[in-house]
Design a binder for this molecule. Structure first.
Ligand code: SAM
Length: 274
């Protein structure tokens, strides 16, 4: 019989967030798959636990994923953990869980800290419906394409960002969402210098242009509060025709329909150029 993969969340800064269940699961595991074995080694030595460890990160996930699957198929219980927070959330894990599912290997979550959810719940923005976007592309083209898809998003949006890229990202946010859109910037959560800034997008850009961003950030962006646009009630073809009637060229209309609906230009083109 196969063992079980335990997907274990670990603290995002405060070791008091270690749950009893996390400790118990680490104690009974036969193998620990960690994003960075040195980093996780510190958590294990804090808990006084010694276990065989294997690294599992983006660039070795194929090779080491095979070793981990073989261990599970031999009946070993394996813990998957990342450097901080919940594995598979902007961290390695998704593929390993999918491989386990494909081979009927049981997967159990040991839930706990996740910066995205911690930021969302203190943001003061609507929590009923939200969308997790993680890190935006480092390439401007990819970044702006993704943001164009989100321009009319009504749900609250969650992003991760590194401090040295924050001003660049806020600049792109202002270009996409405008200066008045609400944003909550959650910094160093669960740590000594924890702070949540609730501002408009324009204020956030000005503040972090004047004050160097430090520490880790989750950015929570409010969804659009604008009334639904006319096109939202229309088919793609009617939307396209409306733009042509307004005097737009066919290619510009294809681009605009795709951007407003958050769908690929190719899909619009195939529908309207038939
Ligand atoms: N899997 C993790 C989770 O569940 O939160 C996220 C890993 S991702 C590689 C790291 C990003 O999470 C950071 O760049 C930052 O955006 C966010 N983050 C992690 N810890 C944080 C903290 N204590 N305060 C604010 N943001 C944090």
């Amino acid at each position: 019989m196969s063992g079980t993969l335990y997907v274990c969340a670990t603290p995002i800064g405060n070791l008091n967030d270690i749950s009893k269940r996390l400790r118990d699961t680490l104690e009974m595991a036969d193998l620990i798959a960690a994003e960075d074995t040195r980093h996780s080694g510190k958590l294990l030595s804090y808990l006084g636990i010694e276990k065989p460890c294997i690294s599992y990160f983006t660039h070795n996930r194929r090779g080491h994923g095979e070793v981990i699957l073989a261990a599970l198929l031999e009946g070993k219980n394996v813990v998957l953990m990342s450097d901080a927070g919940t594995p598979a959330i902007s961290d390695p894990g998704e593929e390993l869980v999918a491989d386990c599912a494909a081979q009927n290997i049981p997967v159990i979550a040991v839930p706990g800290p996740c910066a995205a959810i911690a930021g969302l719940v203190v943001s003061g923005l609507p929590t009923g419906r939200f969308v997790f976007e993680g890190f935006l592309s480092t390439q401007r083209k990819g970044r702006m394409e993704r943001l164009a898809e989100l321009q009319y998003e009504k749900r609250t949006m969650i992003f991760y960002e590194a401090p040295h890229k924050l001003v660049r990202t806020l600049t792109d946010f202002v270009d996409t969402f405008g200066t008045e859109r609400k944003i909550s910037l959650c910094r160093e959560m669960t740590k000594l210098h924890e702070e949540t800034l609730r501002m408009t997008m324009g204020e956030a850009l000005q503040y972090f242009t004047e004050n160097v961003p430090r520490g880790e950030f989750v950015l929570i962006v409010g969804g659009t509060e604008e009334k639904p646009a006319e096109w939202e009630e229309m088919t793609i073809e009617a939307h396209f025709s409306m733009l042509l009637e307004d005097g737009m060229s066919k290619m510009d209309a294809v681009k605009k329909v795709a951007a407003e609906r958050g769908i690929p230009k190719r899909d619009v083109y195939d529908r309207v150029m038939k």
